[in-house]
Write a protein that binds this ligand. Sequence first.
Ligand code: AHR
Length: 307
Amino acid sequence: ADGGGSAESEGPKELSDLTVGFAQVGAESGWRTANTKDIQDSFEEAGIPLKFSDAQQKQENQIKAIRSYIQQQVDVIAFSPVVETGWDAVLNEAKDAGIPVVLTDRAVDSKDESLYVSFLGSDFVEEGKKAGDWALAEFAEATEPVEIIQLEGTTGSAPAIDRGEGFAAAIAADPNLEVVASQTGDFTRAGGKQVTEALLKSNPGVDLIYAHNDDMGLGAIEAIEAAGLVPGKDIKIVTVDAVKDGMQALADGKINFIVECSPLLGKQLIEIVEQINNGETPEKRIITEETTFTQEQAIEALPDRQY
Ligand code: AHR
């Protein structure tokens, strides 16, 4: 007999004998690039072999990658779901194969919470609320309606849904603040630019752009400048992420406020993998700690910003 019992009966494996499969969303934003680097660096540092795939923002590619990790019998599968729905079938396949799944960054919308062991990431509703609370304070003295354009993230993704929800709930406190147009820019700079160009034409009186991430806000800056207007002054901008390029634009006064969303999830993911390997039960929901940045705070933080 080969003694081929389960990992449970054999106890924890050496970290170098583990294999983790990570199915990433894509490379759509500065945030995502920083997230990928942090995950790859953290696994290398921990000495845990990592299989990595980039789904180019397509759910079918992510499903394919997860299926291939199941076939390869990896020890843990981690992934950041591009959209919230449509995961039950493939996650059941992982469950049947006895492979634990960790959600990083984004949630799935499934009734069956047994399909994943832990969800590590930000509270996106809270991020949207913080952006909305800033808008409330910024326009508190406004005597006329405040027109807002919202640049949404990828349609159907957790951050787009939740950041929209949190923002709407916050600005509902002041009937003067109104989202006059809302469209997806797919979390990319090019998308943010293109949508802003079009929406500026149909909404010439816009006062504020709320972009679900820095990259779309940076695209909006290009469109505003091309229209002969001054970003940060003629049209104010609030974004989410706080990656270096966003923070530089905030320091330069082109963005007015940024809500932080931290991409540095690698170390915590390693801890979860180690807990699984030791037969421990990781916490079901681990919320990332984050802050917000004004222009002054961005100027102070920029020299040490790593991403
Ligand atoms: O899921 C996190 C979001 O995805 C980030 O805010 C955005 O920049 C990225 O593309």
